[in-house]
Design a protein around this ligand. Structure first.
Ligand code: PLP
Length: 430
């Protein structure tokens, strides 16, 4: 197919995610021919640096030779098998490794196949845990401005109006407390404690995105909030769910964000970077305490009966194992320190620009907000278009411009990303 064939046939049939389809009249689709490392290449030979890791999933570049090799080996061995009553080596190896790498005490793993499903699993497990103990706690507590995915349960516990508001009438029960990313920590903790004190009889879990509310416009907060929130959850006997779907696997500078708070949550949800950006896969990790609340004779009816057809897919597990090999063999967390410094230097320059505020960074995530533009103006799209014309893929969230590059990026390529963003912002007419 030619470039224009693909575009034409695509719009004839395909409904894209996170899109007003009419927008494609103004901002045409870009068919991508191939990817290599941090670069994406279209049919006209234009190359773009994937500075947002294709929606935060890619860690070691596109068409990574090592991951490719491991996938080919797995493909010739076992592509898939039912995961009830059967098991396989890639899943077992992955489970062992994740238990060793995640905070102490997360000994059990439940597989699902995307981030939102992992959130659904964690919510159901937490609710079901209390039910198995004779307590009905139908409400999930979360932070204002949080995002946990877009299936009904996950959407319900999130708080970004853009995704949620339309569906208000069909959502499950949730409550939101002040986010430490939007007010001072003490105020946020007081709000959390007040709600727990009053409502904990109805609340099974408190769910957070540790350190960075990513889809909530890349708002950041300190690890001390998590440490103190965990203590409050313990005091009121409410589960803590750490949604590390976006921040896990090195994004915040440590392998997992919870490490910085020294906290073991009751549930940890992982996806996105888990397979290095190759295949859909997610896991919910939990404690022996939670697991034991479901473990009994069949007739007692306490089992967790959640299932997805592709649970624990061996090819996806092989991609995850290859990704963990790369973390181990190439000291990625230490090597990223250099990139983190480059990003911090590059970000500092934006302070010169009058229309930039709230420059912030947590590890491999950098962001700033644009200010002073008319609210109806789609300022992020202007940045997107300019950057694309200069060979960089950025996708601002509203007026928040952010960088979340693959770890395979070189300091020079990262400089290029930041300079293009700088020029893009400078070129904006007031
Ligand atoms: C992306 C994301 C999800 C949802 O994952 P999907 O695979 O897109 O369903 C949930 N939580 C957070 C924090 C995310 O960034």
């Amino acid at each position: 197919m030619t470039n224009s064939d693909i575009k034409f046939q695509d719009l004839k049939h395909i409904w894209h995610p996170c899109s007003q389809m009419k927008d494609y009249e103004t901002y045409p689709l870009i068919p991508i021919k191939k990817g290599q490392g941090v670069w994406l290449e279209d049919f006209d030979g234009n190359r773009y640096i994937d500075a947002i890791s294709s929606w935060w999933v890619n860690l070691f570049g596109h068409a990574n030779p090592y991951i490719n090799q491991k996938l080919k080996e797995q493909l010739d061995t076992l592509e898939h098998v039912i995961f009830a009553g059967f098991t396989h080596e890639p899943a077992v190896r992955l489970a062992e490794r994740l238990v060793a790498l995640t905070p102490e005490g997360l000994n059990k793993i439940f597989f699902a196949d995307n981030g939102s499903s992992a959130i659904e699993v964690a919510i159901k497990m937490s609710f079901h845990y209390f039910k198995n103990k004779g307590r009905i706690r139908p409400t999930v507590l979360s932070l204002k401005n949080s995002y946990h995915g877009e299936t009904i349960g996950a959407l319900s516990v999130g708080d970004v109006a853009l995704y949620k508001e339309t569906y208000n009438e069909i959502l499950i029960r949730s409550m939101q407390v002040l986010s430490p990313a939007l007010c001072d920590e003490e105020t946020a903790l007081k709000d959390l404690e007040a709600v727990l004190q009053k409502e904990s009889d109805h609340i099974c879990a408190f769910i957070i995105e540790p350190l960075v509310q990513c889809a909530g416009y890349m708002k950041m907060y300190d690890p001390s909030y998590i440490t103190k929130a965990k203590a409050l959850c313990e005091r009121y006997d409410v589960h803590l769910i750490a949604d590390e779907i976006a921040v896990g696997f090195g994004r915040t500078g440590t392998l997992f964000a919870c490490e910085q708070a020294g906290v073991t949550p009751d549930f940890m949800c992982l996806s996105k970077g888990l397979t290095g950006g190759y295949l859909p896969l997610s896991v919910v990790m939990t404690t022996d305490d939670v697991y034991q609340a479901f473990y009994c004779d069949y007739g007692e009816g306490k089992a967790f009966l959640h299932s997805h057809s592709y649970t624990g897919n061996p090819i996806a597990c092989a991609a995850a194992n290859a990704t963990l090999d790369l973390f181990e063999n190439e000291s990625v967390i230490e090597k990223n320190q250099r990139l983190i410094r480059s990003m911090s230097e590059g970000l500092a320059r934006f302070a010169e620009l009058d229309c930039v505020e709230k420059i912030r960074q947590r590890g491999m995530i950098g962001a700033f907000d644009l200010k002073g533009f008319a609210p109806e103006r789609r300022i992020g799209m202007e940045v997107y278009e300019y950057a694309l014309s200069q060979g960089v893929l950025l996708r601002p969230l509203g007026g928040s411009v952010y960088f979340m590059p693959p770890y395979a990026i070189t300091p020079e390529e990262l400089d290029r990303v930041l300079s293009v963003a700088y020029e893009a912002v400078k070129s904006l007419r007031p």
